[in-house]
Design a protein around this ligand. Structure first.
Ligand code: 4AD
Ligand code: MG
Length: 482
């Protein structure tokens, strides 16, 4: 007998009428003691299985409840209901896993919709909802498209370490990794913890970015990318920050900042196009979901576009490219700045852009994704290429509607002496990064890269408003229960 995924059966539709099939999945709903909506996670939609009570004994029938796992075999027939093309007329049914009815009542399952916040506390239920099923299938497609894009373009996937001694961003928001006994840690003469006696013989932490390692990869393999988890102990409890998130970081030798922007724009559009073409049903569901949520909120500039419209808009239009200096001029002259409606008023060159400024540029001024480049050196990381003006660096941030910054990158400082000076300015001990500095001694060349936060891109693609809802097991301050 043919065993198929429900996605395949629904896709093939009436073509299979008359065939005998077997499917396995979980009960979404059961009504009139006869109609089971069975879902196996392969697609958003469930297949209707119609039970013939003559053929199923009472004991088995009792096990058919919401959330139970079933195996059903039967014939594919055209459905008389208007909701679906086909259904399965069940000949044989087995309950593979019963649902605990008391626990079920307590979690008040189905068919009511649950708040996203409450679902975060119920891992088992969360993943079985329509919304999260759609989000995580799209997350898979996004990851797959990422690998495909880079593979097709001659990049090599370089696995950079999760445990590292390098602080890639020099930002200091690190999770330490140590096997020392906290209560009895060995101390140096100066009274500090003696990490020479620790597992790695030095202080180590979870990586905030694979960039520095990717740079040495690019200077050997040409074009590489890393794609893995990054960890930041920023205590920022916002809807756009996670303590553990996934970053895509390509790094290209012989590539300057303009080339970097081109790669980033091509990559982002490729992934959105892939999801647009391959996740239509899930996107349509999320589009409708967002329209419902939107209709309950007061209208706001930029929010009149639906989810699908916004994806198409990004695909069809070039990203705006504007220097930091121009961006500051635009912001200085803007209405909200003149009327002191920004929380942080822009009054001169040099200030870091806040979320409110980024959103003004993207949602009000340009109504398009924006790449801001050539930032003041003082507010960016040590490894960025210093411009000839001596005060700006070849950095870029990619800003999207609703989400804000989804990627950041730069042309790297490839010259040994200037890099050393920048490190000194940031108080970074060159001995800590001697292996990195060495790459500047042996055939160093112009090279660039960027880092894209997978979850930020997913927020845009799925329309989910909180970053916690695009990752299966979110890690945020005071939250790592499961
Ligand atoms: O701008 P960031 O800090 O840049 C880097 O880490 C560079 N080393 C990247 C590179 O050039 N290879 O981080 C890059 C992106 C941000 O634009 C954002 O999308 C995401 O990573 N990101 C976060 N996403 C979720 N939670 C956090 N706490 C994030 N911090 C950064
Ligand atoms: Mg950044």
């Amino acid at each position: 007998m043919l065993e198929k995924s429900i996605a395949a059966l629904l896709e093939e539709g009436r073509k299979n009428t008359g065939e005998e099939v077997r499917v396995r999945g979980w009960v979404r709903s059961f009504r009139s003691n006869r109609f089971v909506a069975l879902n196996d996670g392969s697609a958003l939609d469930s297949i209707q299985a119609v039970i013939d009570r003559e053929r199923v004994d009472l004991q088995t029938l009792r096990g058919v409840t919401t959330a139970a796992a079933l195996m059903v075999s039967g014939t594919i027939v055209e459905s008389r209901g208007r909701e679906q093309d086909i259904e399965i007329r069940v000949r044989e049914l087995a309950v593979l896993g019963r649902a605990d009815l008391r626990a079920l009542e307590q979690t008040i399952l189905q068919p009511k919709s649950h708040s996203l916040e409450r679902l975060r506390e119920q891992a088992h239920l969360r993943l079985r909802t329509h919304t999260f099923g759609a989000v995580f299938r799209i997350r898979h497609a996004t990851s797959f498209a990422t690998h495909r894009f880079f593979h097709e373009n001659g990049f090599f996937y370089l696995h950079t370490p999760i445990i590292t001694g390098a602080d890639a961003e020099g930002a200091g928001a690190l999770f330490n990794v140590s096997t020392l006994d906290k209560k009895n840690a060995p101390l140096t003469r100066g009274g500090e913890v003696d990490y020479r006696r620790d597992f790695f013989g030095r202080e180590t932490h979870l990586s905030v970015s694979g960039q520095l390692e990717a740079e040495s990869g690019a200077l050997a393999l040409g074009k590489v990318y890393t794609f893995g988890p990054c960890f930041r102990a920023e205590n920022s409890n916002t809807s756009r920050h996670l303590a553990e998130f996934w970053m895509v970081e390509p790094e290209m030798a012989f590539c300057d900042l303009v080339g970097d922007m081109d790669w980033a724009e091509r990559f982002i559009k490729y992934v959105i196009r892939y999801v647009r073409d391959n996740c239509q049903r899930d996107l349509a569901f999320l589009d409708a979901r967002q329209a419902r949520a939107q209709s309950k909120k007061p209208a706001r500039a930029g929010s009149e576009m639906g989810l699908l419209q916004r994806l198409d808009f990004v695909l069809e239009n070039d990203f705006e490219r504007v220097s930091y200096t121009e961006a500051i001029e635009i912001l200085k002259r803007s209405q909200p700045n003149k009327q002191k409606r920004f929380q942080y008023t822009i009054d001169g060159w040099g200030a870091d852009l806040q979320g409110e400024h980024e959103r003004y540029l993207v949602e009000v001024h340009y109504s398009a994704p924006v790449i801001v480049f050539d930032y003041p050196a003082r507010i960016k990381a040590f490894y960025m290429r210093l411009n000839d003006d001596g005060k700006t660096v070849r950095a870029m941030d990619i800003l999207f509607p609703e989400v804000g910054e989804i990627a950041g990158g730069s042309q790297r400082e490839e010259r040994f002496e200037p890099l050393l000076r920048r490190m000194a300015e940031f108080g970074i001990d060159p001995r800590e990064l001697d292996w990195y500095l060495d790459t500047r001694k042996f055939g160093s060349v112009v090279h660039s890269g960027f880092g894209l936060g997978l979850e930020r891109l997913l927020m845009f693609v799925t329309g989910m408003g909180n970053i916690r809802d695009v990752i299966p097991f979110p890690r945020t301050p005071k939250n790592a229960a499961f």
